[in-house]
Structure formats: structure tokens, C-alpha cells
Design a protein around this ligand. Structure first.
Ligand code: ADP
Length: 264
């Protein structure tokens, strides 16, 4: 931490040191501003489902009192708003745990083929139509990485869910191991959709917390705006990286690079 008062004293003794210290201060201000924006965003994101819930309760107590049809409709909407708040809180807790510095670096050998398989089963559930949309082309044994199975599951779950959310119903979501991008040190797994694509101006900001291209659309389809921020933090922890390639109208590819496990 830089203290403002001693810095002024040092400025008289050593001009160069003073300049460096001023830069430090600007970083602190920037961090403070980011924290302030984050708290404002969280409050706003929690406030809007809460306002909707209060509105529904007032309607059910007032104008719609005794109306069984309206009650059923409103209760359905209230359930959706409560789910949204719960998802937001879960995502915020995940993000805050991921940002805590004291976590050990992951060390287990994990096969991404197993991770993807588990996700397809859990996302598809009993929804055969959804399961059929996800086309996986990964050979077990060829995508072994050093990592944490749960965290890597979260990465691919978020990417596959986004691919489904932001592309037309029925279109394919393809998950492949990109052999061309593989090296001795890294493996690469790509999630490709046939959705609307992303204007390149947005790409550098997509992993920022609450950055959404179309807030209304993201909310309507159940997005919290934190999915890609969570992906980013998990990949930082794994010393991995994310490449986003997209063109408006031509779908998107999210490529995940992870440190390969040394196979004997
Ligand atoms: P959200 O909960 O809004 O989906 P994310 O952090 O997962 O939040 O994604 C941030 C934004 O990036 C989304 O709101 C959406 O605008 C855009 N996005 C993410 N994935 C895709 C995709 N596959 N195709 C198009 N846009 C996407």
C-alpha cells in the first residue's frame, strides 16, 4: 500500500521515486473505482429481480387477490426471478472464491474428455433434444491436463451453456480437441456455435464482470453476466488461456488452452 503523506516527503529527496509512487497511486484509484463499480453493479443486479418480486407480491395482495389463474402465472414468474437471484449469488460466491489468492495451484491429472462427458450428461438431463445439439469430438486419453476437475467442468459448462443460449434452437454446438493448436506443453479444446456471432469491438471486454453485449437479452435467457469472468479466473489459476474468434452472423469459437499432463 502506498501512503500519500510520506510520498510527498520522498518527492523532495528523490524525484524519480516520486514519479513511480504517483503511478502506484493511480493504480490504487483505479482499483477503488473498479470496486465501487462492482458494488454498484451487484446492487443493481440484485435490486431488479427483487423489485419484480415485490411488484408481484403487491399485485397478488391487491388487484389479483383471489384470482387463481393470475396467481399461478405470477408464481411462475416469481420462481424465475428467485432463480435468477440464486444464480447471481452462486456466481458471485464462485468468483470471490476464485479470486482469493491463497488457493494452491491444481496438480491432479484430469482428462477433458471425461469433464465434457459429465457436462453433456448434466446439461442434457432428460432433454434429449438439447443433448443432441452438443456434438463432442474428443478422444479420451488425448486431452489430459493438469487441473481441478470441478473448476474445469465449470469452464466448459459456462462455454457450452453460452453457445446454446446465443445460437438458434436446434443448431449444433461443436466441442472438439483442436489438434492443430496442440503442442508438447498445451492442449486446446474449442467450443463452436452457429449463433449470431460477436462484433469484434466487444471481444476484448467479454470476460469483464457484468459486461454483456445485450443486457436485456442476456437477462431474459437467464444470464448473470459473470460466466466468462469465472472462466477467466479459473484459466488464470490453471495457467491456461482463452481465445475468442467470432464474426457477426457467422457464429463463434471459444478456444481453451491448458497445460498438458506429461504422458509417459
Ligand atoms: P451471460 O450470463 O450474460 O451470458 P457471460 O459472462 O457468460 O454472461 O457472457 C458475457 C456476454 O458475452 C454475454 O452477455 C453475451 O453478450 C456474450 N457471449 C458470450 N458467449 C457468446 C456466444 N457464444 N455467442 C455470442 N455472444 C456471446
Amino acid at each position: 500500500r502506498v501512503n500519500v503523506a510520506p510520498m510527498t516527503v520522498e518527492a523532495e529527496k528523490d524525484a524519480l521515486h516520486a514519479i513511480l509512487s504517483f503511478e502506484d497511486i493511480s493504480h490504487i484509484r483505479e482499483a477503488e473505482q473498479m470496486r465501487h463499480d462492482f458494488v454498484a453493479n451487484v446492487s443493481h443486479e440484485l435490486r431488479s429481480p427483487l423489485t419484480a418480486l415485490v411488484g408481484f407480491i403487491e399485485t397478488l395482495q391487491g388487484p389479483a387477490k383471489g384470482d387463481a389463474v393470475a396467481a399461478e402465472r405470477f408464481l411462475g414468474m416469481m420462481e424465475r426471478e428467485s432463480d435468477r437471484m440464486a444464480r447471481l449469488i452462486d456466481d458471485l460466491l464462485s468468483l470471490s472464491k476464485l479470486q482469493a489468492r491463497e488457493r494452491d495451484a491444481p496438480s491432479a491429472v484430469v482428462d477433458i474428455a471425461d469433464v465434457i462427458n459429465d457436462i453433456v450428461v448434466s446439461l442434457g438431463g432428460s432433454n434429449e433434444h438439447l443433448r443432441e445439439r452438443i456434438k463432442v469430438s474428443i478422444v479420451k486419453g488425448e486431452t489430459k491436463v493438469i487441473g481441478d476437475k470441478n473448476e474445469l467442468g465449470q469452464v466448459f459448462q459456462n462455454l457450452i451453456e453460452n453457445a446454446i443460449k446465443y445460437s438458434p434452437d436446434g443448431s449444433d454446438v461443436v466441442v472438439t480437441a483442436c489438434a492443430a493448436e496442440k503442442s508438447d506443453e498445451h492442449i486446446c479444446v474449442c467450443v463452436t456455435d452457429q449463433g449470431d456471432g460477436i462484433d469484434p469491438v466487444h471481444i476484448p471486454r467479454l470476460t469483464e464482470r457484468f459486461y454483456r453485449i445485450d443486457k436485456g437479452r442476456s437477462r431474459a435467457i437467464g444470464g448473470t453476466g459473470l460466466g466468462l469472468a469465472i472462466v477467466k479466473h479459473i484459466l488464470i489459476h490453471h495457467r491456461g488461456s482463452l481465445k475468442i474468434k467470432s464474426k457477426l452472423g457467422e457464429g463463434s469459437t471459444f478456444s481453451v488452452y491448458l497445460p498438458a499432463a506429461q504422458t509417459a
